[in-house]
Design a protein. Sequence first.
Lengths: 370, 380
Amino acid sequence: MKSNKDTRVVVGMSGGVDSSVAALLLKQQGYDVVGIFMKNWDDTDEFGVCTATEDFDDVVRVCNQLEIPYYAVNFEKQYWDKVFTYFLDEYKAGRTPNPDVMCNKEIKFKAFLEHAMSLGADYLATGHYAQVRSQNDRYEMLRGVDDNKDQTYFLNQLTEDILGKVMFPLGHLPKSEVRKIAKEHGLATAEKKDSTGICFIGERNFKTFLSEYLPAQPGQMQTLEGEVKGKHDGLMYYTIGQRQGLGIGGAGDPWFVVGKNLEDNVLYVEQGYANDKLYSDALIASDVNWIHADKVEESFTCTAKFRYRQQDSEVKVTILDDDHVRVDFMESQRAITPGQAVVFYNGDVCLGGGTIDEIRKADHRLDYVG
Amino acid sequence: MEQIYLDHAATTPIHQDVLDTMYNVEKEVFGNPSSVHSFGRKARHLLDEARLVMARSIQAKEREIVFTSGGTEADNLALIGAALGNRDKGNHIITTVQEHHAVLHTIEKLEAEGFSVTYLPVDQDGLVSTEDVRRALTDETILVSIMFVNNETGVIQPIQEIGQLLHEHQAYFHTDAVQAYGLIDIDVNLLGIDLLTVSSHKINGPKGIGFLYVQENVQLQSLQFGGEQERKRRAGTENIAGIVGFQKAVELAMENKVERNELYSSYKNLFLRLLEENGVEFQVNGDVKSTIASIVNISFPGTKVEALLTNFDLEGIAASSGSACTAGSVEPSHVLTAMFGKEHECTTNSIRFSFGIFNTEENVEQAALRVAKIVKRLAR
C-alpha cells in the first residue's frame, strides 16, 4: 500500500469552511494534497464582478496557509448541459428538481473526478458530511455523524466504484468541531458563513432568477373541488406542501399547495397543515441507483428520506425493473414531492436512491400532485 | 524534483549583477534627483547615465526616453498620450487583433471615448500584413500600434516594412517591443518607429520599471501630473534603484545578444526534437521561420489547457497559455483565435514555452521528457 506521502488527494475546494478543513485534515495526515476550485456557473454582473472570484481568493488564502498547490477548473459547459438543463426541464414539467443530487452525479463525482484522476490523483476528497467504509474490497457509504449535516441524501447516486476513489474527511465530525478546527488553525475561511440554497442562485431571489429562464404563466388557484381561491404567478414557483406566498386570506387554517394541473395551468390548494390531500402511502421512483446492486433483493424493508434533513421513515421497497421501484410507506407521508430524491438507508448505511416520479394512495396514482 | 522554468516570456529571474547594483544604489543613493544638493545630484547623475544607456540601446537620443512603471504604463502613455495629443490631426487609430491586452484594452478605451479604430487581422502564421496597414490608412489616421514580437506565439511582425510605409504619413508608429528587446537589434531610426515600449522584468531586470521611447517630434499629452520629472511627460519621483537595475539588465542584454539567440534556438530545437522523438503529437503555432528564439507555442491535439498546465506544474514544469484563467474562467487565447478562428481546437490546447537564463541544455531536456510523458497520458 502507498504511504500517505505518496498518495495524491485532490480536494474540491469551494472557498467555504468545510472544504478548507477537509484539506487541512488531509494535509495533517501527510497526504500529497492538491486543492482545486471548480467553476460551474458564470454569475459575472454588469460591473464584471463575480462571486467566484471572491471564493477563489479564499481558496488561494487557505491553500497558501496549508502550503499546498491550488488550481482552478471550469465545468460551466458540462454544468449547463447536465445540471441546469435538467433543472429547467423539471420545472417545466411541474416538478421540483434537486440540482445538488444531479451536480454530485454528473459534475463533482464524474467530470471533476475524471479531472482529478488526470492529475495523477489516487483519491478525490470533498467537504461533504458522509463517510466511506471499506471492508473486504467493498465500499459502503455511511451517514455523516452529524445528523443535522448528513449529506448522503445528495450523494445517493454515487456508485461503489466511485466510493473507492473518494474521501470525505469531515464525515466523522460534527459541524461545530469543523468550525472549531478552522478557528484553531486560523484558516481564512473560519468565520465565513455557510452558503445556503441552490448554488447558482445564491442570495438572489428564486422567483426572479427562474423567470429569467422560464416564461411564467399566471393562472388560477383552486381547491381540488374547483373552488377558485386566487391567482398563482406560474406553477413553477410552487412546490407541494408550500404555505408561504399563496396570499389566501380569510378565516380558518392556513392554505397549502397540494398539487398542480399542468394542462389547465391550475395550482391546487387545500386548507390545514394536516389536510388529507397532502398525504400519500406509496411512491414510484425512477433513475434508481443501488450502491450494492448485487445485494438488492426483489422486495425488502428499510428506512427512507423523501427530502433533505427529514427523519427516516420505515418503508417497503419493491423492485419493478432495472430503473424503477415502488416504495410503500409504513405510515402515510405528508407532501411527497415529484422530482425530489427518495434515499434508502439500512441503519447508517446509505443503500442508494432515486427520483420521485409518482405519488400513490390506496393503490391509485394521485394525479393532482403531478 | 527539479522545478524547471519555461515561462520567461511572463517574467524572468533577476540577474545577480542587477541585484547587486540595486542593493548598492538603495543603500548608498537615496537622494531625490530633483533636489538642488549633493544628495540629489548623486541620484541625478545615476539617472542620466541610465537614460543614456537606454537611448543608445535603440539608437535614440537621451531626451527621447521616458521612464515608466513598466510596459503597461508605457503602452498607456504612448497610446492615450499620442491620441489625445493629436486629435486636431485626425480621429483614426490602427492596431491588430493580436496585441497584448495593455495595448488592446487601452485602444478599446480610446474607442469608447470616440476614436475610430481599425483592428487588423493576422494570418494563420500569426503575421499582420503591411498591405492591410496600407489599405487601412486614411487622412484621419493619427496612430498605428503594432507589436514587435507577439508575446504568445513569438512571431516577429514586419516592423521595418510598416515603419517605411508610415514614413510619408502623419500617423505615429508605436510598437510594443517588450518581447523583442534584448534579443532583436532595434534601431528606431532605421525601423521608422516613433513610440516604443520596453519593460525591464522581461530582460532579467527588476519589476516596476520600463521606458517609453518618444521620438522628439511626437506631440504627446501626459497622463500623470505633478512635478516636472521626465520633461513633464511623467510626473513622480524617479525609481532610481529600479532604473539603475534596469540599466544593468540592458547592458547585460546588449552584451551577448547573438550568443543568447543561438542558445535559445538550440533549446527550442532540442525541445521540439525530443517531443517528436518521444512520439508526442503536436503542432507549432505561428510561422517558425519568423519566430523569436525564446518563444515556442505548441498545440497538443486532444488535450485541454487547464489539465496540461496543472499537470505540468505538479511535475515541476512552469509554462503558460495565452488563455486568461482567473478563478476558473478560461477565455480562449485571443491571439490564437485571431489566427485560427474561434472554434479551432488550438485555442484551448496550446501552451507557450519560453526560454531564458534559467535554462540549461539539461533542464530543457528534462522538461521535454516530462512534458512528453504528460501529453501522451492526457491526449485521447
